[in-house]
Design a protein around this ligand. Structure first.
Ligand code: CA
Length: 229
């Protein structure tokens, strides 16, 4: 899958490094969201659901290792590239143990960073694009773009598929209406349209056609979540 328009969360407190990385990635076509401390980084990892996180180890407040651990403890599988100032083995090991996918030692050339970012994108791509997704008795097959509940095959329209895939990739997680809008319709939500409600209704009627238990739940005032009850 092309890296173009992939959303990258950059958690780095040093302004010069942050702007050097940010500008370079934007020039390559990535969308870059920035945080300058660990807590904001952690919040944005969940609220923005980036495709990749570039995480500095030395941060004010929560350090990068703690942020990484908390992301993994919450079972968010976003690829994480750690940045470390020291070429110290303990730092690298700690980063990988905390759940990072790769690390890069400062100072580095932008091309090095870009190579790692692309490699992480490639590593993720086959898993995300082809392997069937499972949740409870529901299966979604990205190759055929069909869903199945137990043995019952469910045909989906393109938008229904995209919406269900988003939930299947973020199970047990509340997705806000803004996040859904941004990911499925690709522009900011104005707050007027009820298109999400309409599509959720379509999906529920297909997923529950045989009175199967509800999987797509409304979280009042927030959004929706794929969960078992
Ligand atoms: Ca730093």
């Amino acid at each position: 899958m092309a890296a173009i328009n992939d959303k990258i969360l950059l958690v780095e407190d040093e302004p010069q490094i942050s702007s050097f990385i940010g500008r370079g990635l934007e020039h390559e076509g990535y969308t870059v969201i920035k945080a300058v401390d660990g807590e904001t980084g952690l919040d944005l990892a969940f609220s923005e659901l980036p495709d990749l996180i570039i995480l500095d180890i030395m941060l004010p407040g929560l350090d990068g290792l703690t942020v990484c651990r908390q992301i993994r403890d919450a079972e968010l599988q976003t690829p994480i590239l750690m940045l470390t100032a020291k070429d110290a083995v303990p730092d690298r090991v700690a980063g990988l143990e905390a759940g990072a996918d790769d690390y890069l030692v400062k100072p580095f050339a932008f091309e090095e960073l870009l190579a790692r970012v692309r490699a992480l994108g490639r590593r993720r791509a086959p898993i995300e694009s082809d392997a069937p997704l499972h949740f409870a008795d529901l299966t979604l097959n990205p190759t055929t773009r069909m869903a199945q509940r137990n043995e019952r095959v469910i045909e989906l329209t393109a938008k229904e598929y995209d919406l269900l895939e988003l939930f299947m990739r973020h199970p047990n997680q509340v997705l806000t209406r803004d996040q859904i809008y941004d990911r499925i319709w690709g522009y900011d939500f104005g707050g007027e349209s009820n298109i999400i409600e309409v599509y959720i209704r379509y999906l529920r009627s297909k997923l529950e056609a045989q009175n199967e238990p509800r999987l797509l739940h409304t979280v009042r005032g927030v959004g929706y979540a794929l969960r078992e009850s």
